[in-house]
Write a protein of this length. Sequence first.
Length: 159
Amino acid sequence: MIKINLITMGKLKEKYLCDAVGEYSKRLSRFCRLEICEIEPVRLPEKPSRGEIDAALEREAELITKKILPESTVIALCVEGKGMTSEDLAQKIKKLSDTGRSISLIIGSSYGLAESVKTIADIRLSLSQMTFPHQLFRVMLLEQLYRAFKINEGSAYHK
């Protein structure tokens, strides 16, 4: 069973989002060993300068890299990443499962990810060109992972 480590900046606050993450985590437990690592983002002033943002992203990068599973395929979620269909993601997960490699997925803070994190990523992935609330994005990613596993088992879930 593949291990998936979801590294995220920040904690979920809304009950409905926590419930959704709990539901998808439960569903995913049939297919993978999911671990969610929540990291407290670096606090910034109300209107940070570019330098303050870059410094915060680098500090977050240090915290993120400590949570990456050894020997894992690293997938950075970022706006400039490559888009995939649900079928493409399913195929990628199947391939990784077959090799026995674990997956470390990284969701950055509201300012994104430091370039140093993107550089170590094996895959830069974008779920959409649209902007979504940071906390909702976690639910969307977990749903897509669940969908990928259901596609791989040949389920009617993915229509």
